[in-house]
Design a protein around this ligand. Structure first.
Ligand code: GLN
Length: 489
């Protein structure tokens, strides 16, 4: 059952081969057995999960099941869920119990899915390795000395190890795609505005987007069908007609034009990743696609632009954590200013403080024009590069991450090296485009270290998720990388 697709699980539930309560218990038992080795979950609450499972069983018995009814889904701990502790990976929210549901959580609840627990993440989603979590690093299930990627590393690890049927993530600069790549699973960041950000703790609001993480493209489509949709509580939520993201899965790929950005296959890309990605492209040619070289000349500026804009927005978003209404408050202080200062100094970790300081600096009088305004202009150029590229191709492919999973602690002291892990993903967020990562092989094994998963990144034009899922699904019908499971937990 734990290797079954969401469609198969749903069929088993409908046929009464297993109940949602039994299935939920199965996953809870696996979490109890394995989580201490992996640290994928911050919070599990068996009582609340099983209550939802019982409700789902009634709904199935009443013949009112939908595609995800009764299926246990892990939720990234950035989503507020009513009655659940919601920490965002921070000491600041260590004891925060959310009084309301995020829109995405509400959508899963309406669909009858079971909330299986809250997954570990980099603090306030700032990181590429999950090492900034106040609750400790997540381990990569393929090599527990390696990072799972970040910031949705807990979700990626839980999906890879079958500690949930599927999970959610959020992606501001790569946080769904990069951990999906490093853990050998599939993950999709939709077009900006497709999933409501209501109740999703804000990092950089012009970039943040929720998305699904799962074993296959087919599963992603079913999850996105539930997560997407207009919500008036998020001013950037798009009012579009509801679509079925699974509608094109079975289309053949004949005539698909794949653009390969030459900048993504240049210096900085490790050999083993390049080889796996090139083999995947060869497979696509066999499936009937053609390849064109494209150029994204401004993509080299995406990391510096992002590290002006994202911290600027974060410094504003995180000002709400002041120790007054909710979150950590310092136990001892002399006056109001001292209370703010001490609460924030104690509640935030080092990476979050670094971002707040950068953000405050680039927004300050006298520097705004030089940094923030300049970065906004380059952001526009980066988006235009993609518009230009999509005149020559239908879809863009390349590596998700420049290397396979690196070792825990390897980049902790070097923020710039850490920031470069997102060199191929960040431009997609700056442009607001949809992007996904699917497993496409393994890197080289050396010195007793196992070969680690490689991710193929697929970038689509605005609202082209169905086409991307089609391309991913056809590849997954022809290959079995997405079915590989880490052994020996
Ligand atoms: N790794 C990037 C950062 O640290 C992106 C994180 C994300 O997408 N949430 O900001």
């Amino acid at each position: 059952m734990i290797n079954a697709s969401l469609k198969q699980i749903s069929a088993h539930l409908a046929a009464k081969k297993i109940s949602s309560v039994e299935l939920t218990q199965l996953y809870l038992d696996r979490i109890a057995a394995f989580n201490s080795r992996l640290n994928a979950y911050i919070t599990v609450n068996p009582e609340m999960s099983l209550a939802q499972a019982r409700e789902a069983d009634f709904r199935i018995a009443a013949g009112k099941a939908e595609a995800l009814t009764g299926i246990p889904i892990a939720q990234k701990d950035i989503f507020c869920a009513k009655g659940w502790r919601t920490t965002c990976g921070s000491k600041m929210l260590e004891n925060f119990i959310s009084p309301y549901d995020a829109h995405v959580i509400g959508q899963f609840n309406n669909a009858g899915a079971v909330n299986l627990g809250k997954t570990n993440m980099d603090e306030f989603a700032m990181g590429s390795s999950n090492e900034t979590s106040y609750f400790g690093a997540v381990k990569n299930p393929w090599d527990r000395n390696a990072v799972p990627g970040g910031s949705s590393g807990g979700s990626a690890c839980a999906v890879a190890t079958r500690l949930c049927a599927a999970a959610t993530g959020t992606d501001t600069g790569g946080s769904i795609r990069q951990p999906a790549a490093l853990c050998g699973i599939s993950g999709l960041k939709p077009t900006y505005g497709v999933c409501s950000r209501y109740g999703m703790i804000a990092f950089a609001s012009s970039l943040d987007q929720a998305g699904p993480m799962a074993h296959s493209a087919e599963d992603l489509a079913l999850l996105l069908n539930v997560m997407a949709g207009f919500d008036e509580r998020d001013s950037t939520s798009l009012q579009r007609e509801k679509e079925d993201y699974a509608r094109d899965l079975t289309k053949p790929l004949n005539g698909l034009r794949i653009g390969l950005p030459k900048e993504f296959f240049a210096e900085g890309l490790s050999n083993d990743v390049a080889q796996a990605v090139e083999a995947a492209i060869a497979e696509y040619k066999k499936l009937g696609a053609s390849v064109v070289e494209i150029s994204l000349p401004n993509s080299r500026l995406s990391v510096p632009v992002y590290y002006v804009l994202a911290p600027a927005e974060a410094s504003s978003n995180l000002s709400r954590f002041d120790g007054v209404r909710y979150g950590h408050r310092a136990p001892d202080y002399t006056d109001l200013a001292d209370m703010y200062e001490k609460s924030r100094a104690q509640g935030f970790g080092a990476e979050v403080k670094r971002r707040i300081m950068i953000g405050t600096y680039v927004l300050s009088h006298g520097y705004y024009d030089a940094y923030y305004l300049q970065a906004q202009k380059i952001r526009r150029l980066i988006a235009q590069d993609f518009t230009e590229a999509f005149r020559q191709c239908d879809i863009i492919m390349g590596p998700t991450s420049p290397s396979t999973a690196f070792k825990l602690g390897e980049k902790g002291d070097d923020p710039v090296q850490m920031y470069l892990s997102d060199i191929y993903t960040i431009a997609v967020n700056l442009a607001g485009l949809p992007g996904m990562s699917i497993p496409c092989g393994f890197g080289a094994a050396n010195n007793g270290n196992p070969g680690m998963p490689v991710g193929l990144q697929i970038i689509g034009n605005y609202f082209d998720e169905a086409r991307m899922l089609n391309a991913a699904h056809q590849y997954q019908l022809a290959t079995d990388w997405h079915n590989r499971v880490p052994q020996g937990l």
